[in-house]
Ligand binder design. Structure first.
Ligand code: CA
Length: 453
């Protein structure tokens, strides 16, 4: 049976007869809430997020684009917005600028393509994993399965040409099962390949899971980012692909986890759960909800992630090996109906609140955080080391300063502009944004005052 838990926000699919794994005993204590209240690590600059009370209702996919014209003056930099490409599919997901000025683009239901420096584009790259345009669009949000998600060049792309593509792989065999006749199933998968004359070649599977983990649950919550560190590892973010909370705290499933493999797909010998029976060897961290941002901070060697909470509770986390980030046991947000997040009771999971990692940045009210970068470019030297954070519903780009484990400052760089699905640093240190809109998505870039076009 398919129904919408709240129209337009997200879908929930209940499969008759399915039950949650009950791994541990029921208990959530008042101490959990006390610890939560006492550790509002990112409470500074809350006023930046308080302004979100004026956010448009629903997805804001049709809210007017409010692109500033002329110079934008901010605390540390003056910039203008330049349009790079228009007329993209409304449901785009990722951009990846290449050193030669071209930009790799994924559109969820259209696939992978290349934007040329003059703004023209190729058709979908032939031979790349297949996509599906089935699914219901409601309030501008898409509830389908079988999409292209993040795309990212290997750190040594100039030498090896490898391009990594995170997609939701459509299940072949499992569709034969009788009750699945009307629903396709999919699951996150990471592949790499090369592009030669606009064709995808040399494909290798880098990370995937058994077909028993494929689900008809919409890819809207699938997460879907990729990040590389400086030691040959690649990280993959997987969201609520088994349901709103199903399997997130179960270390035997891939859902609600960050996974870590070598860049050729091998399991690293120092993965935190390696050798533990019944645990996926690729697990890095768990208890994540919809992790759509994932970045490695090369200076400190730390991995960072952003994820959307339910109503409130968007987070930026330092993702440490083997740690639990709490979904759906605790959250600074509440359920869409206003009740506290306490699925620990429902799932029968006993936990010590002190074992749950608290966000470094708590974004409540929640702007619907999507992706972020840790800026290291030359165009905006004053922003180096700062987090540039994109949001969907708030349609706002933030600059967030983190010192050590402390969130010390936030600034709105551009507010109420458009849903920002992805951002990256491109050639010359310019900041590229992927804006979503019902009338056609577009790519724009932030260029400093005085920069050449
Ligand atoms: Ca990207």
């Amino acid at each position: 049976m398919l129904f919408f838990s709240r129209p337009g926000l997200r879908a929930k699919i209940l499969v008759a007869g399915a039950s949650m794994p009950i791994r541990r005993l029921l208990q959530i204590t008042a101490a959990a809430m006390a610890v939560l209240a006492a550790t509002t690590a990112g409470a500074l600059d809350r006023d930046v997020f308080e302004q979100l009370k004026d956010m448009p209702e629903g997805s804001a996919m049709d809210a007017p684009l409010a692109l500033p014209e002329g110079l934008v003056e901010t605390e540390l930099a003056v910039f203008r917005l330049e349009t790079v490409a228009t007329g993209l599919d409304p449901h785009a997901f990722s951009i990846a600028p290449l050193p030669d000025g071209r930009i790799l683009l994924t559109e969820k239901k259209r696939g992978l393509s290349i934007i040329h420096p003059d703004g023209s584009r190729t058709g979908p790259i032939e031979g790349a994993p297949s996509v599906s345009d089935s699914g219901i669009v409601r309030d501008g949000l898409d509830y389908g399965v079988g999409w292209h998600l993040d795309v990212a060049p290997h750190p040594d792309y100039a030498e090896n040409g490898w391009i990594y593509l995170h997609h939701t792989d459509l299940c072949g065999d499992c569709r034969k099962k009788k009750w699945m006749l009307f629903f396709s199933k999919s699951m996150n998968r990471l592949v790499r390949g090369r592009i030669e004359e606009d064709r995808w070649i040399d494909q290798e599977i880098i990370w995937d899971v058994d077909e028993k983990y494929y689900t008809p649950y919409p890819d809207l919550g699938a997460g879907g980012r990729v990040a590389f560190d400086t030691e040959g590892h690649v990280y993959v973010s997987v969201g609520t692909k088994g349901g709103d909370y199903e399997g997130i705290q179960d270390l035997a499933t891939p859902y609600g986890k960050i996974h870590r493999v070598r860049d050729d797909g091998a399991i690293p010998s120092d993965n935190p759960f390696l050798g533990r029976e019944g645990v996926m060897p690729s697990l890095w961290s768990y208890g994540h909800r919809v992790p759509q941002g994932l970045e490695f901070e090369s200076g400190s060697g730390r991995l960072w992630g952003s994820e959307m909470g339910p109503e409130g509770g968007d987070e930026i986390n330092w993702l440490r090996a083997g740690r639990n980030y709490g979904w759906p046991l605790v959250s600074h947000g509440v359920n869409y109906d206003g009740s506290p997040v306490d699925y620990g009771k429902k799932l029968g999971i006993e936990f010590n609140p002190e074992d749950i990692e608290q966000p470094v940045v708590d974004m409540t009210p929640a702007p619907a955080v999507s992706s972020f970068i840790i800026y290291e470019g030359e165009a905006f030297p004053a922003w180096r080391g700062h987090f540039l954070v994109a949001s969907l519903r708030a349609r706002t780009l933030y600059r967030i300063v983190i010192e050590g484990e402390r969130h010390v400052h936030s600034e709105i760089l551009v507010g109420g502009m458009a849903r920002i699905r992805d951002l990256e640093t491109g050639p010359g240190g310019l900041v590229y944004l992927l804006l979503e809109h019902e009338s056609g998505s577009r790519i724009v870039r932030l260029a400093p005052d005085g920069a050449d076009d």
